[in-house]
Design a protein around this ligand. Structure first.
Ligand code: SF4
Length: 211
């Protein structure tokens, strides 16, 4: 095992304990392949499944595997009109399983997420029956303040560029704490405890995915 693999193994184990203390169901998987298998093992066949805009779940092949499996997939990326897109967003947040990443996680197990539309946070806080969060260890920050800074100064500008937002960060690469019409930081959520216990399942991944 390389020093990095050893560090990830130890950090993954520690984070799982911290998350379980907060009543999340938690797992550490060294590779994306193992994380994909773990996620699929948690979702019974025929369940309705949807997801947010996460690059992690797309890049690791999970959305493709769900399309190929025996699930009722609600995929807003297949919408043929803005109206259908909104309809799929609304339907998706009430799915049996909602998949997402996290913008950051503190070392003591608090999830930090920032949304423009807020649909992903609606699913996370209440409406989805189960939520599976897949997050690389690269998203772990020292404490909640550091996690929020990571989400605001790194993840949000990249996401604004992804969605071609007309925002100051998309022009400079830095967060300007804007209130632009196309701001993607409209909702900021700290998830510090999971209720009901086990509803939110967190799969930590040793390999780096997403940003
Ligand atoms: S500039 Fe605006 S949209 Fe960009 S990261 Fe900062 S608050 Fe979010």
């Amino acid at each position: 095992m390389t020093p990095l693999e050893t560090r990830n193994e130890l950090l993954g184990k520690t984070l799982v304990e911290k998350l379980e203390r907060r009543h999340f169901e938690a797992y550490y998987c060294p590779t994306a392949k193992e994380a994909l298998e773990k996620a699929l093992s948690l979702i019974p066949e025929k369940s309705s499944v949807s997801w947010g805009g996460s690059m992690t779940i797309r890049d690791m092949g999970l959305t493709k595997a769900l399309h190929e499996g025996n699930y009722e997939v609600i995929d807003r990326d297949l919408a043929k009109s803005p109206e259908e897109f909104q309809e799929l967003l609304r339907k998706g947040v009430s799915a049996d399983f909602y998949l997402m990443s996290a913008n950051a996680i503190s070392e003591d197990g608090v999830l930090v997420n920032i949304d423009g539309t807020g649909n992903r946070l609606a699913a996370l806080t209440y409406s989805a029956k189960n939520v599976i969060v897949l997050a690389s260890l690269s998203k772990v920050a020292q404490d909640v303040d550091a996690a929020l800074k990571r989400a605001r100064s790194y993840a949000a500008p990249v996401n604004s560029m992804r969605f071609m937002g007309n925002t100051p960060c998309a022009k400079t690469g830095l967060c300007h704490n804007c209130v632009s019409e196309q701001c993607i930081c409209n909702q900021v959520l700290f998830t510090r405890n999971c209720f009901p216990a086990g509803r939110i399942k967190v799969i930590l991944i040793g390999e780096t995915f997403g940003f």
